[in-house]
Design a protein around this ligand. Sequence first.
Ligand code: DQA
Length: 144
Amino acid sequence: MKKISLIHGPNLNLTGSREPGIYGRDTLAAINEEVVLKCAQYGWECVCFQSNSEGALIDRIHAAIDDCDGIIINAGAYTHYSYAIRDAIAATRLPCVEVHMSNVHAREEFRHHSTISAVCAGVIAGFGKNSYLLAVDAMKGILG
Ligand code: DQA
């Protein structure tokens, strides 16, 4: 059975109540549930993790190396400046899909750059919680 590591970065624990006009009203737990269900439809296991700490996110990315077949990550604001998370993703040599609920390119300029895109298979941004579900389909295209 294929296993996907779903990783959420800082402030995403507040999804549902944080800036709902941008990130929607679904809680992270509800989004995780939908992603887990969608993965199950493909016969995959999905394990979910959120942290506000860069080191914990890096440890979780490393943990996927011998345990998972792919990573779906919303690194939150770390996306825009964390070289350490970029290096961790590259080190796994696993397929990784970068996710953002908002359309980062339609927002402040600092959100236009991602340190991780170059080491990810692709990026899905702007579709709210559906960005995560689309990422599962993208992973299906990669893993088969
Ligand atoms: C985000 C976009 C980031 O710029 C922001 O810092 C987040 C969430 C998104 O899902 O749209 O925390 O990754």
